[in-house]
Ligand binder design. Structure first.
Ligand code: ATP
Ligand code: MG
Ligand code: MG
Length: 387
């Protein structure tokens, strides 16, 4: 199909599902992560690199095993990626500049604002102190959201500043992290759209989904989102508009807030496959993972790529999180095997921890209400989820 080897920074579940998609097309992938990471488990090769995607030396080592570098995570060393890009021997997709802009959530917000993409009002906090955080409260009112600019995931890095009295607690919770603040978004629903950007700058978007978070972790994803066709279309347009500005090709996850008056704001962007696009493995002939690979290698991506298999195809995805004991998540997994229309994905993480993403289940049917009926017992079986 294509003789180029794809080097992937990160070997977690997103890397693993990228490998699955690449292998079906007979494409070769090498991975940088710890030994036995989820992606390496399904990809037997001696040329993988053992190490970390935050180490420049390890990234350089991976670049020697491949023709094109891509990533399953944004928390990577972008200086070395830029250097590799400049040398020109190995392609980097999406561009290092895109990953640099996105990995710092404040720079990402500034970039979106500069490009007239609607986001929540944002204030940079240069020196975190009781005074500076109280000043944010004066400007935004309470609650507001305090966020770490870097290394954030699953809400680790966010703190809801509920009132003036919560300021000391916020400072302690996010001490030693670079911070910024966001005005509280009074959303009625969280939406997400997966956007594919091609090498020649075209954008395609998968249908708008609704994401439901519990304890800051994505729990359920409904496709399509349970809102009007008009809102879903607006969300796709906003997401494509946001992505158009970022250099390089690949798949992007765009998280959004739907406000009461129908306004849609971009919450944040991921320069990689995303939890809200897992359902595409079953609902589309080309998944988000395959679309990413096709985009970075400049393989065909017709408009039909992002159109569901049928006009009624609907799905609900449930994340399987680690529970109080090492086997909690296996009970819901077994139940999934007995559920019609359900597909089980387990990631091969060697250790289960409360709240850790261990796998996911997608149910597909011809309506959301049929999906709800199918998924209800599975959701009930995840009631162990930590609070
Ligand atoms: P991810 O795992 O998606 O990368 P993250 O740690 O980067 O998560 P965010 O996406 O910034 O965190 O926020 C997590 C959740 O917190 C959001 O999905 C939303 O539910 C809530 N949230 C974030 N920002 C705001 C805001 N400004 N107003 C209200 N709620 C917010
Ligand atoms: Mg994030
Ligand atoms: Mg998020």
């Amino acid at each position: 199909m294509d003789p180029r080897t794809i080097g992937i920074l990160g070997g977690g579940q997103l890397g693993r599902m990228m490998v699955e998609a690449a292998h079906r097309l007979n494409l070769r992938t090498t991975i940088l992560d710890a030994d036995n990471s989820p992606a390496k488990q399904i990809n037997a090769l001696s040329s993988h690199v053992t190490g970390s995607f935050s180490s420049s030396a390890d990234i350089l080592e991976l670049s020697k095993t491949c023709d094109i570098l891509t990533t399953e995570i944004e928390h990577v060393d972008t200086n070395i990626l830029e250097q590799i890009e400049k040398e020109g021997k190995v392609d980097v997709q999406p561009a290092s500049e895109t990953i640099r802009l996105i990995q710092d959530k404040y720079l990402q917000k500034e970039f979106l604002i500069r490009n007239n993409v609607a986001v929540a009002d944002t204030i940079k906090i240069d020196t975190p102190s009781v005074e500076s955080l109280e000043n944010v409260g004066k400007e935004f009112g309470y609650p507001y959201m305090l966020k770490s600019r870097t290394l954030a995931y699953d809400g680790r890095g966010n703190y809801v500043v509920k009132a003036k009295e919560s300021v000391p607690g916020a400072l302690e919770a996010l001490s030693n992290r670079p911070l910024y603040a966001e005005r509280w978004a009074e959303f009625t629903m969280e939406l997400a759209v997966m956007v594919v950007k091609t090498r020649d700058g075209r954008t395609l978007s998968y249908p708008t989904v609704e994401t439901i978070h519990e304890n800051n972790i994505c729990k359920l994803v409904y496709m399509p989102a349970r809102t009007t066709v008009d809102i879903r279309k607006k969300a796709q347009e906003l997401a494509e508009e946001a992505i158009r500005h970022f250099p390089g090709a690949g798949i992007f996850g765009v998280e959004m807030f739907l406000l009461k008056d129908g306004t849609i704001l971009v919450n944040e962007i991921a320069p990689r496959p995303h939890n809200s696009g897992h359902h595409t493995i079953e609902t589309h002939s080309t998944s988000q993972f395959e679309a990413h690979i096709r985009a970075i290698l400049d393989l065909p991506l017709p408009p039909s790529t992002t159109v569901p298999r049928t006009s009624t195809t609907s799905s609900i995805m449930l994340n399987i999180l680690g529970g109080p004991d090492p086997a909690s998540h296996l009970r819901v997994s077994k139940l999934a095997l007995e559920t019609p229309g359900a597909t089980l994905h387990l990631y091969g993480k060697t250790e289960s921890r409360p709240g850790r993403k261990m796998g996911h289940i997608t149910v597909v049917a011809d309506s959301i209400s049929d999906c709800e009926t199918l998924i209800a017992p599975l959701v009930a079986a995840t009631s162990y989820t930590p609070s």
